[in-house]
Design a protein around this ligand. Structure first.
Ligand code: AMP
Length: 483
């Protein structure tokens, strides 16, 4: 008898089993087990469903979709304009991809990773950012043979098990631009330009660009030693987290939000003062390109970014106004060592991500415009069983011809349908009644003048097209440029 079964047997009434044979005990155990499973199933069934999205995750409701649509349109257009091709990678990757690339000592990996073992035993994690997955795909698909730089654009949800607050969620949406194969700082400047263009094209005109250089592994090693000895001398003034960071990720102490750590960081040695010649020239050239582009920037010596893979340039995009500057809208940097670290050939690269939720919060704050979809100018009303059936087909014919139509098929009375048409502010209503259904005609009612005319169904589409101005007709291939 297994361990579980022994437990069950113990619980069974001894009086019943005292004279039982082994076979009878096994049978009793089986019956008891079945009853237990049934009870558990019933209990589970009765457990109330929590009607709430998981903590830190949000539904994006229809009323917010115009902001999302605007964000999608602007980011996709700029990706195309600047030569990025779209790539989509899985939400899930093997966990060690993130451990190796982002780094074990980072908050993102150490505290915030949603990692789990699959039923097949694979150790996987929900992506906490996109660069690692895109770099993995770049290597896996041999994109190193493509003309450089290989520019890749990607959007989607990412997951970090962080403490939720305004602008900080556990599931959030990133818009990601990466460029592989170019080390010239002209590309760094162009990436910063793209990030700024996206934010400004969304209507957030006042933007602040923060830049810094954290050097390469060679110069950063010396700088890190210097920083650690400075921080150790002040360790009694650091928060508990930063005391720990001193060992695992000392650069991170510089951007700790705790007041006392900020004070220590203010007088800490700065990475830009300890760059090797190559990194110094790289940073100087980047700043010259930014000047050339008339992009005003602030050098923030405390900007280090949280992840291990960054080298040389790091940057963040913030709202230009004080009220909007609660957290960064986007950020990124160079990661010249990542592709090689993951097993590919040495490939310089740079990328950045913007957070859609934060962009949208700021768009709303500055009252930026959201996407306005086309509204139907025509309403289709029906009356009577036969007309109702025919109207379903007529609706689809209008739609196939690119004519946007509204309807309220479930309503029986013409009066209530016309009320809906009025509320929608359509220009004309097509009325299909019993008589028209039999005759093969449709009534066109001009909703402004109230005039009505009866036309043959065969000529209806052409007539409607003519009546509508050209810009109202085609809905699927609209070229509405919102910026
Ligand atoms: P990071 O690489 O962490 O700087 O993330 C890039 C961008 O993603 C940030 O600038 C934010 O816009 C956004 N972001 C990062 N973490 C969160 C979060 N927890 N919730 C919402 N947006 C986030």
């Amino acid at each position: 008898m297994g361990k579980d079964n022994k437990k069950i047997a113990k619980k069974l009434k001894p009086a019943k089993l005292v004279k039982a044979t082994k076979k009878e005990v096994v049978k009793a155990v089986k019956t008891e087990r079945k009853t237990k499973n049934r009870k558990e199933a019933v209990k589970k069934e009765l457990e109330p469903i929590v009607l709430q999205a998981p903590r830190g995750m949000k539904d994006i409701l229809p009323e917010d979709q115009p902001y999302w649509e605007q964000t999608r349109r602007v980011t996709e257009k700029l990706a195309r304009d600047y030569g990025f091709s779209r790539i989509d990678t899985p939400l899930v990757e093997f966990s060690n991809l993130f451990n190796r690339s982002i780094g074990d000592g980072t908050d993102v990996v150490e505290k915030e990773l949603y990692s789990f073992a699959t039923k097949g035993g694979d150790k996987v994690a929900l992506r906490p950012e996109m660069t690692a997955g895109v770099a993995r795909a770049y290597i896996q698909h041999g994109m190193n043979v493509l003309g450089k730089p290989v520019k890749l654009f990607s959007t989607g949800h990412v997951y970090r098990h962080d403490r939720p607050q305004e602008g900080r969620q556990r599931e959030f949406y990133q818009i990601n631009y990466e460029a592989f194969g170019e080390q010239d700082p002209i590309l760094d400047a162009q990436m910063i330009q793209v990030a700024t263009r996206v934010v400004q094209s969304l209507g957030i005109k006042a933007v602040q660009i923060q830049v810094n250089s954290i050097g390469c592994p060679v110069c950063r090693k010396d700088y890190k030693d210097l920083l650690v000895s400075y921080l150790e001398s002040k360790s009694n003034k650091l928060c508990v987290d930063c005391k720990r960071r001193l060992d695992v990720n000392p650069l991170r102490v510089l951007d700790c939000k705790e007041d006392k750590c900020s004070q220590v960081a203010a007088s800490a040695p700065q990475s830009v003062d300890h760059l090797c010649e190559e990194c110094r020239v790289h940073f100087k050239n980047l700043l010259e390109y930014l000047d050339e582009l008339d992009l005003p920037y602030t050098i923030n010596p405390r900007l280090v970014r949280g992840l291990d893979y960054y080298t040389k340039t790091v940057f963040e995009i913030w709202s230009g106004s004080e009220e909007g500057r609660k957290s960064a809208l986007g950020g990124g940097g160079r990661y010249d060592g990542l592709v090689k670290l993951l097993g590919g050939e040495a490939t310089p690269a740079i990328g950045f991500a913007l957070g859609a939720e934060r962009l949208i919060i700021e768009m709303k704050r500055v009252q930026a415009k959201s996407y306005k979809g086309l509204k139907p100018k025509i309403f289709l009303a029906q009356l009577g069983e036969m007309a109702k059936k025919k109207s379903l087909r007529l609706f689809s014919e209008l739609e196939k011809n690119g004519i946007l139509v509204a309807e309220s098929f479930g309503r029986g009375s013409l009066k209530s349908q016309l009320r809906v048409a009025n509320r929608l502010g359509v220009e004309m209503t097509l009325i299909l009644g019993q008589k028209e259904a039999l005759d093969g005609t449709v009534i066109i009612k001009n909703m402004i003048s109230g005039e009505q005319e009866t036309v043959s169904s065969a000529k209806l589409i052409d007539l409607v097209k003519r009546k509508l101005k050209n810009d109202n007709v085609v809905v699927y291939h609209d070229n509405h440029d919102n910026h």
